[in-house]
Design a protein around this ligand. Structure first.
Ligand code: TMP
Length: 214
């Protein structure tokens, strides 16, 4: 049996990592084979690339370099983790995937969308998510959430205009891919958001639905 690739996306502070962990716990209570992974940083190589990409005390990173490093992380992640786990029948909960590059490097940095599409194809070989949960939240609210945390990384430190462009990117992506990308209102309580995510996953995947009935 082949597994499922479930991706969580959204701007900084949208709560995707918390929701992804809660979804993982839920799938485990249903005795489903599920793992959590992320981009960047889902492999050993990716962990090193993540440090290079997100640390703040660094020389400025050129936009093209940033794009290529995210693509390199993804290429390794697809080969080393996503493809073998899907072949094993695992349900993969992945924190960010190709839409992050479209939103951040495309809309945020203003890099060419056709170049990004080509790089995403090279990195993934065309492997698409079965569903992408987009946690939609107002940028000012999400950045305020982040400010309560200790330190911010290189990308979190970008100006609010950058994050607004990223948000616009997710909005347009969701309009252009209404079947693959499902918008979830992330301004609500953690429990309400999780309830909606579980409902969406039950509806979308028969194997999850079947476990909820048994
Ligand atoms: P996060 O996993 O903690 O959200 O941090 C990853 C950061 O990297 C976040 O600011 C979004 C950014 N990012 C990109 O700019 N492009 C990408 O392709 C990916 C996967 C992440």
């Amino acid at each position: 049996m082949s597994g499922r690739l479930i991706v969580f996306e959204g701007v900084e502070g949208c709560g995707k990592t918390t929701q992804l962990q809660r979804s993982h716990q839920w799938l485990k209570t249903l005795s489903l084979p599920a793992i959590v992974t992320r981009e960047p940083g889902g492999t050993d190589l990716g962990t090193a690339l993540r440090q290079l990409l997100l640390k703040v005390d660094t020389q400025p990173i050129a936009h093209a370099t940033e794009l290529l490093l995210y693509a390199a992380d993804r290429a390794q992640h697809v080969e080393e983790v996503l493809k073998p786990e899907l072949a094993n029948g695992t349900i993969i909960l992945c924190d960010r995937y190709v839409d992050s590059t479209v939103a951040y490097q495309g809309y945020g940095r203003g890099l060419s969308q056709s170049l990004i599409a080509q790089l995403n194809f090279i990195a993934t070989g065309g492997l698409a998510s079965d569903i992408t949960i987009w946690l939609d939240i107002d940028v000012a609210t999400s950045l305020a959430r982040k400010q309560h945390q200790s330190t911010s990384d290189r990308i979190e430190q970008e100006k609010i205009e950058f994050h607004r462009r990223v948000q616009q990117g997710y909005t347009e992506l969701a309009q252009n891919h209404p079947n693959r990308i499902v918008r979830v209102d992330a301004s609500r309580s953690e429990a309400e958001v999780q309830g909606t995510i579980q409902q969406i996953l039950r509806q979308r995947f028969p194997e999850i639905r079947a476990k909820c009935r048994s």
